[in-house]
Unconditional design. Structure first.
Length: 290
């Protein structure tokens, strides 16, 4: 489950920025009073879980387990093994945990395999994909959310700065994760889902599908009936962002009743990331480095 961050394009320069030394501290980048870094302690992880609750439950009407609803925290077992990427507004009053305005959950393959696997495997059959790339390191992106007031270009740029810097730091070859359409009726998104199926379906060595017991058809309209411009306009912003980066989409969607979403699988090899994004953030993730 991931939140669609904002309904706007992020304009990127294609001019190569000056080379800077890679960020070595836990702060991956800064823009004004905003900075992106990993959570430093349990209090900050708890604050990220509270932020996720505000967005997923209070805004998007997800239904979490009773204990999570009572605690007003979106929390599951994966939180204990993930790194939690944050966007923090240092201009806000209070302790650091009071300044968290956005978050992403990051899970490296070596950590996932030591603890039972990826969250994505709950919905998608990714084992054949991982097996075909046994020499590559995968990273899972998930639980992205941002407070409404901060759904801006700057926040999204910092989230991707953090993702890119983290991937470089850990030698990641490919990113995977679930991205969401609102609601539990794939037919309501027939145009966008059909566009994804016909144009950016992950094939051959990168192919992966929804689990057979959860599989919902994405091929809901014939190719000749799909208007690409209208399909992109109907696309959730986060999924459009992944496509701009160079992502592919797995075969079949999954309905997540608890989160009130229809999920698709995102597959993004780092070698496929668009050159203009590499230029913008820097081959060493130095674009917004402090």
């Amino acid at each position: 489950m991931t939140l669609e961050l904002l309904e706007r394009d992020v304009s990127l320069s294609v001019e190569q920025p000056a080379v800077q030394a890679p960020v070595r501290s836990d702060v991956f980048g800064r823009i004004g009073t905003l900075e992106t870094r990993l959570a430093r302690n349990g209090r900050e992880v708890d604050a990220a879980q509270a932020l996720r609750y505000r967005v997923f439950v209070e805004e998007m009407h997800a239904q979490l387990p009773p204990d999570a609803m009572r605690r007003k925290r979106d929390v599951d077992a994966f939180d204990d093994i993930c790194d939690h990427l944050l966007v923090v507004d240092t201009a806000l009053d209070g302790d650091p945990e009071d300044q968290i305005v956005g978050t992403y959950r990051l899970l490296r393959q070596d950590v996932a395999m030591a603890h039972g696997g990826f969250y994505t495997a709950c919905e998608f059959d990714i084992e054949p994909l991982l097996a075909r790339h046994a020499g590559k390191r995968f990273m899972e992106l998930g639980r992205s959310c941002v407070l409404p007031h901060y759904r801006t270009k700057r926040t999204v740029e910092l989230l991707w700065q953090g993702n890119w810097a983290y991937a470089l730091r850990h030698g990641i070859h490919a990113m995977i994760g679930c991205a969401s359409f609102p609601g539990v009726s794939p037919e309501q998104h027939a145009l966008a889902l059909s566009f994804l199926h016909h144009t950016v379906l992950a094939k051959d060595e990168w192919a992966a599908s929804a689990r057979a017991d959860l599989y919902r058809e994405m091929d809901l309209m014939p190719p000749e009936a799909v208007n690409p411009k209208r399909a992109l306009m109907a696309m959730p912003p986060l999924i459009k962002g992944y496509l701009r980066l160079g992502a592919m989409i797995g075969n079949g969607a999954v309905v997540d009743q608890a989160f009130n979403t229809t999920d698709v699988l995102v597959v993004l090899p780092t070698e496929s990331i668009s050159g203009r994004y590499i230029n913008y953030y820097g081959a060493d993730a130095g674009r917004f480095a402090s």
